[in-house]
Design a protein around this ligand. Structure first.
Ligand SMILES: Nc1ncnc2c1ncn2[C@@H]1O[C@H](COP(=O)(O)OP(=O)(O)OP(=O)(O)O)[C@@H](O)[C@H]1O
Length: 271
């Protein structure tokens, strides 16, 4: 009999890094299930292992022990069904915005589709993130927020099963960040994407998530608690500010981070 598993399954994952100073136990006993179409954020103090967990799901790292599955298949390497968006957008500077997105499209669909279809996919993704007007500009000619949009367009254009985002808005000013969060909410509603996103920002986590995965401090960090955010969608930030559910969720995350898992003053979580 086949067992139906969650879309992403992390089972008893451990991550130990071998460093010059010896081994470092970064993650311990990580168990996590993500359902199809869920928006999950990973939050915790700096250095607790959020990126490490995301990189394990991306297949950029292999766990020291334990198993990770995506759609019932073991994650053993990076794959186009798990697209990653990093904080620093990682666009190729010598290519235009269009070409940056096209490259990703071609790598996934190039063997089975002709050029006009690849161009159509690229244009649709750029339109989805509101960047059709800048397709021929190069990364140095556009703002940080725009670069992030292109990074998101490139990821979405590959039609991944899962969108993995590592602090995608971390380097942006507050207004641009808010704007892109709103855009992301719309895009995810339209594409029904499954998203796992690392953030330092409590409000961002509550605004975007179905569930917030709160991680304890390392070494040997683990999942401390998972909070369900039972706010209806579509979510509007102005209305949420006065919602009792929003305020309670925000308080629960702050309480976890600053009362029960407080760290020293260098902590970078934004509340
Ligand atoms: N390749 C590596 N080799 C050795 N140690 C590593 C490696 N990658 C991460 N670590 C360590 O593992 C721990 C978790 O790192 P990670 O980057 O996952 O944390 P994080 O929660 O994403 O941090 P931040 O919020 O500051 O980005 C840290 O102590 C880090 O120094």
């Amino acid at each position: 009999m086949t067992t139906i598993k969650a879309f992403i399954e992390v089972q008893a994952a451990e991550m130990v890094f071998n460093t010059r100073k010896g081994s470092f136990h970064a993650l311990s006993k990580i168990d996590l299930q993500v359902q199809r179409g869920e928006f999950i954020t990973l939050i915790g103090h700096s250095g607790c292992g959020k990126s490490t967990l995301l990189n394990l799901i991306a297949g950029l790292l292999r766990p020291t022990s334990g198993v990770l599955l995506c759609d019932n298949r073991e994650i053993s390497e990076p794959g186009p069904e798990r697209a990653v968006v990093f904080q620093n957008h990682s666009l190729l500077p010598w290519l235009s915005c269009f070409e940056n997105v096209y490259l990703g499209v071609e790598s996934v669909f190039g063997k089975r589709e002709f050029k006009p279809k690849l161009i159509e996919r690229t244009e649709a993704a750029l339109e989805l993130v509101g960047m059709s007007h800048a397709t021929h500009k190069r990364p140095h000619e556009i703002s940080g927020g725009m670069k992030q949009r292109i990074g998101i367009a490139r990821a979405l254009a590959m039609q991944p099963k899962v969108l993995l985002m590592d602090e995608p808005f971390g380097a942006l000013d507050a207004l641009t960040r808010a704007h892109l969060q709103d855009e992301l909410l719309k895009i995810v509603a339209a594409t029904q994407s499954t998203v796992v996103m690392v953030t330092h920002d409590v409000d961002e986590a509550v605004l975007l998530s179905d569930r917030i995965v709160m991680m304890s401090n390392g070494p040997a960090a683990t999942i401390g608690e998972i909070l369900s955010v039972d706010l209806p969608r579509p979510r509007k930030r102005v209305e949420l500010a006065e919602s009792a559910t929003y305020i309670a969720a925000r308080k629960a995350v702050i309480d976890f981070l600053y009362t029960r898992h407080a760290k020293d003053s260098r902590s970078e979580v934004l509340a």
